[in-house]
Ligand binder design. Structure first.
Ligand code: IMP
Length: 198
């Protein structure tokens, strides 16, 4: 059972591999992009960005389902910032460390620190697509904590794990992550595609 996972983010790749192999008990062959590609991500929201990725890849990959994902961090006191722009603030070429420090600076003196990660997972097969969302809630910390994960993980405290995602193992994170919760909702569709009933 093959699936093309259309992401070029190393952190996401490791997590999605783990999520899919747990979900389908290792009966799955995961194919990945070979080269770094510049894919437009100028949609109005996560869903549009996930679909743009799928439409780009469907011209290049055929015969197997394509799984795309678009995600971001939303901080309530900042009106949902950085949201769908999470990968490009404060600048597109910033490092993960600089992105975290940028958020900590913006959150200085803020006492309301609730945030959530959002993931939109989309499966595309034969010009038909299905998508769904997953969420995980937490708090923005005051300092960087841990070196695990990627992106904003060192500043995202998960009450479900009682530590930041940066302090969590990949197994722990993927038990409660927005990405796992979004992909899980597509499980039946992926199974139906493989069974030939979609
Ligand atoms: P995109 O989906 O490629 O637009 O990238 C989403 C961006 O949101 C990533 O580059 C990270 O900065 C951030 N992000 C999304 N999910 C996570 C996560 O699980 N951990 C840390 N950062 C994340």
């Amino acid at each position: 059972m093959k699936i093309f996972v259309a992401t070029q983010n190393k952190g996401k790749i490791e997590e999605i591999k783990l999520i899919l192999s747990k979900m389908f008990s290792d009966q799955i062959e995961i194919l990945l992009p070979e080269l770094k590609q510049n894919i437009p991500e100028n949609g109005k929201n996560y869903y549009e960005n996930a679909l743009l990725k799928a439409l780009w890849w469907k011209e290049r990959i055929s015969g197997i389902p394509i799984l795309c994902e678009d995600s971001g961090l939303e901080i309530f006191v900042l009106g949902g910032y950085p949201g769908k722009d999470s990968a490009v603030v404060p600048r597109p070429d910033s490092t993960d460390y600089e992105r975290c420090m940028h958020i900590l600076d913006m959150m200085e003196n803020k006492t309301r620190r609730t945030a959530r990660y959002v993931s939109c997972a989309l499966i595309f097969f034969k010009d038909v697509w299905f998508y769904d969302f997953g969420y995980t809630y937490g708090e923005i910390t005051y300092t960087l904590r841990g070196t695990g994960g990627f992106g904003y993980d060192p500043i995202f405290f998960s009450p479900e794990l009682n530590k930041t995602f940066g302090e969590s193992s990949i197994d722990e994170k993927t038990e409660v992550s927005h990405r796992k919760r979004a992909i899980e909702k597509l499980k039946n569709v992926i199974q139906k595609i493989w069974q030939g009933s979609l």
